[in-house]
Design a binder for this molecule. Sequence first.
Ligand SMILES: [Zn+2]
Length: 123
Amino acid sequence: MKTKGSWGKVNPFYQSKEWRALREEKLEQNPICELCETIGLVTPANVVDHIIPIEVNEELKLEPLNLQSLCEHQGSNNCHRQKTVTTRPFRSFVRFVKEMEDGKLRFICSPEARKKLLRFLKE
Ligand SMILES: [Zn+2]
């Protein structure tokens, strides 16, 4: 299997039954890229992304509020890639949440998804 960039091995979680089911359900519920939608574009989503990456907080890997549908199309829209590049420097969970609240990570998910996720994290 091809591994992704400098992140090394693909997490075996992505092969798990739970993840596959959750991913499929999410794409069924929301087949349109959520980031494209915020700028008025309608793009079919083909990736389910963890808003807070597994590498930052593994406990949120099956949390529906931490998931979003994104596009990852060769040569055209690729919100998933952009989002991954934006979030890559943020490795600490505390920092990630802080940046989501008021900093550089405002545009990694829809405002609505951000609000719901942050509210959930404070409960
Ligand atoms: Zn998109």
